[in-house]
Design a binder for this molecule. Structure first.
Ligand code: GDP
Length: 364
């Protein structure tokens, strides 16, 4: 069997090419219309038709004949009928090309753009279907209308969390995989609340596997005049929490956990159940692939985190994975970090910040 792809200006032209090349027994297996040379797949460009067709190899013919000879005349006639039914079915599809295309040409362009920006394919498809279904046909070519519509959907599904509120001995724990920027983010938050909001802050770290991280936090603490305490046992932790109960906020750093290590996750869960923080933040990196983010979230769900902080937004141009994750997660995102500088490179999360690059690209 040989399978080939043909492109032409209209269906008739392409069918001629198919028949001329593959012979009269060629069967059309797929057709689609598209714009050649179009910007974003739909602006301008020339209408083209693509047909994928299949036909038996020439050298396979004798084999086919011998099979045909072997079957009874009744079977032969039934096979002939099936082939002719299949051909008319395929011709029917060819005469209605829009029925095989998932979206109209302009929405197809949006769909491709969303995929290029690393949105989860299922989310890209659902958003495109919503555009196709909900907007008036006359609006499907109006970029501003589409951008506004998408922005509203994303805003509805993606929640922005309230910032951390200081309270009497408020205990805020931070969890996450290793290397996402957990410790750096804690240093930024501690500095922000201490220096900018003039709050009384303390920092407890149970991330004592990494001596360098403890030293790093102690150095920041010294510079900012904030107490930083490393705890190695549950008793030390209890004592530290009691010691700092009159502070406005006590931040608690936990050891970075691999989502693939069930034992580590179990330990973290029991640790947090014993400590009962007022809020638990899961720290995730914007440079992680969508599927890996989903796996991380699935594992950390067992510690029942409240909100999310996304780090390293400065290291990626496309927030598609971040948007897809937050869309699925249905838990709020409170902070975004955009660089290594303590304390400057942290911001309150906002829809504008999260969507602007995607929507600007779409509006171009
Ligand atoms: P942890 O293992 O999760 O505690 O991660 P660290 O806080 O030790 O950070 C790991 C690396 O990521 C360090 O080199 C940080 O400087 C870097 N990092 C943290 N936050 C950001 C950020 O927002 N942007 C960039 N580019 N790097 C960051």
């Amino acid at each position: 069997m040989q399978v080939k792809k043909y492109v032409g200006e209209n269906i008739q032209d392409v069918i001629w090419k198919v028949k001329g090349d593959l012979g009269p027994d060629a069967v059309i297996i797929h057709t689609r219309r598209f714009k050649e040379g179009a910007i974003l797949g739909f602006l301008g460009g020339k209408d083209r038709v693509e047909v994928v067709a299949a036909a038996p190899n020439k050298e396979e013919e004798p084999q086919t004949n011998s099979v045909v000879e072997a079957v009874s005349e009744k079977h032969y006639n039934s096979l002939q009928k099936q082939i002719s039914d299949l051909k008319s079915f395929m011709q029917n599809i060819v005469s209605k090309p829009s029925s095989v295309s998932k979206f109209s040409p302009s929405v197809e362009g949006i769909y491709s753009f969303l995929l290029e920006n690393e949105l989860d394919p299922l989310l890209a498809e659902n958003l495109s279907l919503m555009i196709e279904k909900e907007l008036a046909p006359g609006d499907l070519n109006k970029r501003a209308v589409i951008v506004g519509f998408l922005e509203n959907i994303l805003k509805t599904f993606i929640q922005i969390g309230q910032p951390i509120e200081a309270g009497n001995g408020k205990l805020v724990a931070v969890v996450g995989p290793t290397g996402v920027g957990k410790t750096t983010t804690l240093a930024k938050l501690t500095a922000y609340f201490s220096l900018m909001e003039s709050k009384n802050v303390a920092l407890i770290t149970a991330d004592t596997y990494r001596i360098a991280a403890v030293e790093q936090l102690k150095t920041y603490g010294e510079i900012m005049g904030i107490p930083v305490e490393a705890v190695y046992t549950p008793e030390e932790l209890d004592n530290a929490i009691i010691k700092y109960q009159d502070k406005d906020i006590v931040f608690l750093d936990t050891a970075g956990r691999s989502q693939k290590n069930a034992q580590q996750m179990g330990e973290l869960k029991s640790f947090l159940q014993a400590v009962k923080p007022d809020e638990i933040y899961l720290v995730l990196s914007a440079t992680t692939k969508y599927k890996d983010l989903m796996n991380i979230v699935e594992s950390f769900n067992q510690v029942n985190f409240d909100k999310v902080i996304f780090t390293k937004l400065d290291e990626t141009n496309s927030y598609g994975a971040v948007i897809s994750l937050l869309y699925q997660l249905k838990k709020p995102v409170s902070y975004l970090t955009v660089g290594q500088n303590v304390p400057d490179d942290i911001k309150r999360a906002s829809h504008e910040e999260l969507f602007s690059s995607l929507l600007k690209g779409l509006n171009r």
